[in-house]
Design a protein around this ligand. Structure first.
Ligand SMILES: [Fe+2]
Length: 179
């Protein structure tokens, strides 16, 4: 588990993403790197390949037409299991579920695993373009993540996510942010 999983995650992303431009990929790459920064700051041990694959797949439920689930988060989870079971990943199934289902939550979820909380914090750093840094993150390192992986056409991608979500699952908008 590691580089093989990262390569597989890149291939899966390429296969599912319907968008041209770097926006969607860079959003995932920032989430991966920001999550690693949070994990390091909070002393959370987590497989690097696992973190990468989760970040690359976390929004694919929005664009997958093969996966079923009550909302796009569950479809991302279904896609992750279907695509990566054969490759092999180290993360515990329950933790995986939390990482993919809770990352968009506004507030910490009681009893969620530290890894899931790290993804959730990283989504907020990404969402606020680095303004929210959760104290222990180094500003220069956060800024470097945003510099290395520019937003590109992410605004278009988010607009398209919103359109898909409004059409298929309006309740998701009510229950949380979907990116
Ligand atoms: Fe996202």
């Amino acid at each position: 588990v590691g580089e093989g999983l990262k390569d597989a995650a890149d291939a899966v992303f390429d296969r599912y993403s319907p968008y041209t431009g770097v926006g969607f990929r860079n959003h995932n790459l920032r989430l991966y790197e920001l999550t690693r920064l949070v994990m390091r700051a909070d002393g959370i041990e987590f497989g690097d390949g696992d973190a990468y694959a989760i970040a690359m797949a976390h929004d694919l439920g929005l664009v997958s037409e093969r996966d079923e689930g009550v909302d796009y988060l569950h479809r991302s989870l279904s896609l992750f299991r279907r695509e990566f079971s054969g490759v092999g990943y180290a993360v515990d199934e329950e933790v995986l579920e939390e990482c993919l289902l809770l990352n968009h939550r506004v507030s910490p979820v009681p009893n969620a695993s530290p890894a899931a909380e790290a993804f959730r914090k990283a989504v907020w750093v990404e969402h606020t373009r680095g303004l929210r840094r959760y104290g222990r993150l180094d500003w220069n390192e956060v800024r470097e993540v945003f510099r290395r992986h520019p937003r590109g056409n992410l605004d278009y991608v988010l607009f398209d996510f919103a359109r898909r979500t409004l059409r298929h699952e309006p309740r998701t908008i009510v229950h949380g942010i979907f990116f």
